[in-house]
Design a protein around this ligand. Structure first.
Ligand code: SAH
Length: 351
């Protein structure tokens, strides 16, 4: 059986060669109305639904758990057809909600500060498994305005390129959930060969996890730096064309004693020269078994001050859902579900 949640509009249209309009109708039922099954598609003739049901189905991952933080953030867990667990985080903002979704089960990047890294890499998510994190929550909470979607959950989105691009196309389609392109953000550790193309192909907002202006330090925090050195990453960012006046977000996780000095801040300003970026500082969120530490609040302020004196807008990300391990870099659902212990952090950034 083919899961209709894996098909984009063109693929649905191709199912009905003599009447592509039927394909658009099907797309609107599946992604716009997010109906649970073919029976609900009342504008399609019964005979057609019966025919479709022989080869196609609508299949959502099972919603297994929701945990609520004292700050209103919710962590939702989903069990995939092969038993793997992934997580999404729903965050209340002043007038709407933001949703952080996963693109892979686990992650292969091995960043020293990230809990997801401890569960290792299992597999890429299918398009259906990406999109259904959004559709399920839209359906569950029709009264909440979920307006932003960020690929900042488990996994490296640019290493699941095809499915992520397809998911973005579906999520922004006027006949689907119709998210604004600028309200979908892809966050990456810096997979250089895919940076320019993701901007061009999706027009989604781009966030890049930089985390140190010093190549050797970044290498210890983020092993991917060995493959794509900082200089190459910065060069690639220069070639990303964003729609007018939009900026790339530089994410910077502040870790005590490793990358949180005023000197680091000045060096960061220096290397960003010539780029259209804004900087998002994220104080490190601790997790079980990690001996990296959160920065002193004074270090965060001093770092921020240096950036305020620079041409770049700066913002300190308020951590959300820390008490339920739902903050940045704290997702590791499968490891917990399997009862495995998190392996000790590697990368040696702290030794
Ligand atoms: N792989 C993608 C998306 C997932 S990580 C990426 O690297 O961007 C999303 C963001 O959370 C990244 O900016 C990352 O640097 C940050 N992050 C990871 N672990 C963290 C932690 N323990 N505390 C704070 N931020 C963390």
């Amino acid at each position: 059986m083919i899961n209709l949640l894996d098909l984009d509009k063109q693929q649905m249209r191709d199912l009905f060669t003599d009447s592509p309009y039927r394909g658009s109708q099907l797309f609107a039922w599946v992604f716009g109305k997010a109906v649970p099954g073919l029976d609900a598609m009342t504008s399609l003739p019964k005979s057609l639904r019966a025919e479709l049901s022989r080869g196609y189905t609508i299949s959502y991952p099972e919603h297994v758990k929701v945990q609520a933080s004292s700050d209103g953030t919710e962590k939702h867990a989903w069990r995939l057809h092969d038993g793997l667990i992934i997580e999404s985080v729903l965050m209340p903002e002043k007038s709407h909600w933001s949703l952080c979704i996963s693109s892979q089960a686990g992650c292969a990047m091995g960043c020293a500060f990230c809990y997801t890294a401890t569960m290792g890499f299992h597999r890429n998510l299918e398009t259906s498994e990406i999109v259904s994190q959004v559709l399920s929550l839209l359906r569950l909470y029709p009264d909440r305005q979920i307006r932003n979607v960020v690929f900042m959950g488990m996994g490296e989105p640019l290493l699941n390129y095809g499915n992520v691009v397809k998911a973005i196309r579906i999520l922004t389609d006027p006949d689907g959930p119709h998210f604004s392109k600028r309200r979908i953000t892809v966050s990456t550790c810096g997979i250089v060969p895919s940076l320019e193309s993701i901007c061009r192909e999706t027009e989604a907002a781009l966030a890049v996890s930089l985390n140190s202006p010093v190549n050797a330090v970044r290498e210890r925090l983020m092993p991917v730096t060995r493959k794509y050195p900082l200089a190459e990453l910065l060069n690639a960012l220069k070639s990303c064309r964003l729609p007018n006046r939009r900026r790339i977000t530089v994410e910077y996780v502040l870790v005590r004693g490793i990358n949180d000095s005023v000197r680091d801040a000045r060096e960061l300003v220096r290397i960003l020269h010539g780029l259209k970026v804004k900087v998002n500082l994220i104080p490190f969120n601790p997790w079980p078994g990690c001996d990296l530490e959160a920065p002193d609040p004074e270090a965060v302020s001093s770092f921020e001050e240096v950036l305020k004196d620079s041409p770049y807008a700066v913002m300190v990300r308020k951590e959300k859902g820390r008490d339920i391990l739902a903050a940045c870099g704290q997702l590791a659902g499968s490891a917990q579900a399997r009862g495995e212990k998190a392996r000790p952090p590697h990368g040696g950034a702290h030794d």
